[in-house]
Design a protein around this ligand. Sequence first.
Ligand code: GTP
Ligand code: MG
Length: 474
Amino acid sequence: MQDTPADGSATDEPTTNDDTTSDAHADDTRTTDTRTDDHRTIDDDQPTSDAGRTAIVVARKRDEQPDTTEIERLAAAADYAVVGAVTQRRREDNRYNLGSGKADELARRVAETGADAALFDTELTPGQYSSLTELLPDGTRIIDRHRLVLDIFEAGAGGKAARLQVKLAKLRYELPRVRQTEERTHMQKAAETGSRLVDLEKRIRTVENKLDEVADRAGERRADRREQGFDLVAIAGYTNAGKSTLLHRLAEDLSVEELAPDHEDLDGAATVEDSLFKTLDTTTRRASVDGRRVLLTDTVGLVDGIPHDLVAAFSTTLDAVADSDLALLVVDASDPLAELREKLRVSLAELDDPRGELLVVLNKADLVDDAALDARRAAVADVTDDRVGDPLAVSALAGDGTDSLREAVADALPDADATFDLPNTGETQSFLAWAHERGRASATYKGDRVEIEFTARPAVVERARSRAAELRED
Ligand SMILES: Nc1nc2c(ncn2[C@@H]2O[C@H](COP(=O)(O)OP(=O)(O)OP(=O)(O)O)[C@@H](O)[C@H]2O)c(=O)[nH]1
Ligand SMILES: [Mg+2]
């Protein structure tokens, strides 16, 4: 749902009233509102997936008429039916975030529609939250963008790492709000709030420690897999770009049952759906690319406007990208050009310079024509400052371009080769079997000698050299 003419006509509403009253009210809020519970806390959570709930989305931008597409998609992902949109082009107002006239309109619309929630596409301060609570009909849930994403994550997080990450993100979301409340609290209440702060900080540390353990184990597993000769390829990108679809397209047709049950991140889930934040847990599957054994990891989608602490809470998931040999950054080629640029910028910033190679994949190429595709290639080159190679256009859904993508993946992965001249013994045969498992090996028999040509990850080739040296000495 886009903005209605009625909303548009109220754009840039006169600010005279607001300007004089809003600051006074903001002061009101500061002096009278000393409650510590002036926003929802992690302890008084409501269920996040009640059926049939409705919401009005609210978007405000300083310099342009806001677009409500993304907040509506976030609302849908959180199971809200959107029954209206209130938008405003205006600078932020201290009291309601919106101008007071617009805030009144919002209250009216909520009352008329009986909406359960007002979903703000911005971040609300605790003061704005409490002013809005007073203004809107009783029981209206007031949720800002940050909180909405947390709710979606909470409802969808299945795996241990994802659950811990969501918990940490929620605790961190609380922290500045409790701190701010403490600053506004009268002296006699300070001790009480202070202890809540200490408690929160303690809980944050506990979850951080647990997550560290999960991250360490994931790191060890990645090291083991490299040791076994796997190349680690991560699929990253903005939410709904088609990452999970690409995983399904590239992964070998392995059933979940065939995978080792004790590898908790080796599973076949990675649900595909036209919804934001469908994937929250990392999913890893095997793929064979040009004879190489690759482990492909699908990761949580990235999104704009989410404060850094939430992104940081997902570092365990993002580690899979940072620590990969190659990251495929999936971009939705069907997005309008400006949106594509913005999402790419956000994704690059959140990925924070991965250690391995980076390959940009222009997905959903089936939805755009060649001219549009060329414009998108140029945009990628521009946004990435030519730091990455040419993007590859694919349709993960239809399969077009995936062969070229496989070749590009194989080319981007690190490789080394070596040739070994060894005695034809049982031990050499074991070595050959070992090499077959970890890379590409071919053997030529010459009398009682075997010549083995071996190509694999550089570290594996190094190990092959030392093993072969022992065999030669025998
Ligand atoms: N037309 C078209 N649709 C695609 C393509 N790839 C994915 N889609 C659709 O895009 C939507 C999102 O796909 P997903 O694979 O779930 O996207 P994702 O990036 O994993 O999304 P999250 O896990 O929510 O971040 C689904 O409806 C897919 O069917 C494609 O190549 N062409
Ligand atoms: Mg996904």
